[in-house]
Design a binder for this molecule. Structure first.
Ligand code: SIN
Length: 328
């Protein structure tokens, strides 16, 4: 009997030891503000699935879409506190951490997505990934959404049409200056509030990509969308340097590889949605899409481009020139 009891104790001790040494998976909470049927939503889900497939129970990715966990204005603080490990805010939302990324908000900077991609993957774009390291944030890669369009409750063909109208913008001083340049009133508001602000007519319009206008149903509460392609809405996928550098050295490259593949997947979806979601909006008949003539578009360029001079000092002339050169 005594022998049996001793055996049971030994077995129990071994089990306890097994439980204690089995490491819990590293949890990566990925918080974002858009719907799942968007480039960022699809990229985040792909990343979660690739990690689950390859790293099994070593790493677990939890995705929180549609501002469920944090809105844009809180997610980076939450990341620095260790409550979120991955996020991909729009490049317009890093003002508190670096002025360099303001570059991407300059109106009419990139002629198309190929130019934006060329700049981002070139030496100047890659250097920018490390521009917030001193503040504890590391850029892991760029993710596309696309070119922005302007929606409004009235047809906007020339800058004069926008005069006096209230537009929701992301939290960017460049975007503020851009709308002030056409005598409009910019209002910095979180993405999660845009639909209600438009629906209740608290604002007259907003600027966004076809994908965001479609997935968040802005087209159902805006009579007109001007196909302006006047600016870029892309993302920077970021983590805290503390979390990223603290990951085990054998795991980090595998997580990065999954992330790179997920970004490539998201970029492919972004390209598809830029045309597909525009077509879907037009087919809905809820919003009229206005294409500009070359002369009308030139008026927007002439009105908005002077904004560059205001931000060139903060952004840096070399960086601005590298971005302009990517158009060639
Ligand atoms: C996003 O695409 O993440 C949101 C963009 C916005 O705030 O307009």
């Amino acid at each position: 009997m005594r022998k049996l009891t001793a055996g049971l104790f030994a077995a129990a001790a071994m089990m306890t030891a097994t439980v204690a040494t089995a490491a819990d998976p590293i949890v990566i909470k990925f918080s974002h503000v858009v719907a799942e049927n968007t480039p960022k939503g699809q990229m985040a889900n792909k990343f979660r699935d690739l990690v689950a497939e390859r790293l099994g129970d070593k790493v677990k990715v939890e995705v929180y879409p549609s501002s469920q966990l944090y809105g844009d204005n809180k997610v980076l603080e939450a990341m620095l506190l260790g409550d979120v490990q991955l996020a991909a805010p729009s490049l317009s939302k890093f003002k508190k951490f670096t002025k360099k990324l303001q570059l991407f908000d300059l109106p009419f900077l990139f002629k198309d997505m190929a130019a934006a991609e060329k700049f981002q993957q070139g030496p100047a774009g890659q250097k920018l990934l490390g521009s917030m390291k001193k503040k504890g944030i590391i850029g892991l890669g760029y993710l596309h959404n696309g070119m922005k369009q302007i929606s409004a409750s009235k047809p906007l063909r020339t800058p004069a049409d926008a005069s006096g109208l209230k537009f929701r913008i992301m939290s960017s001083d460049v975007l503020s200056a851009q709308f002030e340049a056409v005598n409009a009133v910019p209002l910095k508001k979180p993405f999660s509030e845009v639909f209600t602000l438009l629906q209740t007519k608290a604002i007259d319009g907003q600027e966004n990509t076809w994908s965001n206008i479609f997935s968040k149903k802005f087209f159902e509460v805006q009579e007109y969308i001007t196909a302006s392609d006047h600016g870029l809405l892309d993302y920077l996928v970021v983590s805290s340097t503390e979390f990223w550098d603290g990951m085990p050295a054998d795991i980090r490259p595998q997580v990065k590889k999954a992330l790179d593949e997920a970004i490539a997947h998201g970029n492919k979806i972004a390209a598809e949605k830029a045309t597909g979601d525009r077509t879907a909006i037009e087919a809905s008949g809820r919003s009229k899409v206005l294409d500009l003539t070359a002369a009308e578009r030139m008026q927007w360029v002439e009105a908005m481009k002077p904004v560059w001079a205001k931000f060139e000092g903060a952004v840096g002339t070399d960086l601005l020139n590298a971005a302009i050169a990517a158009n060639n």
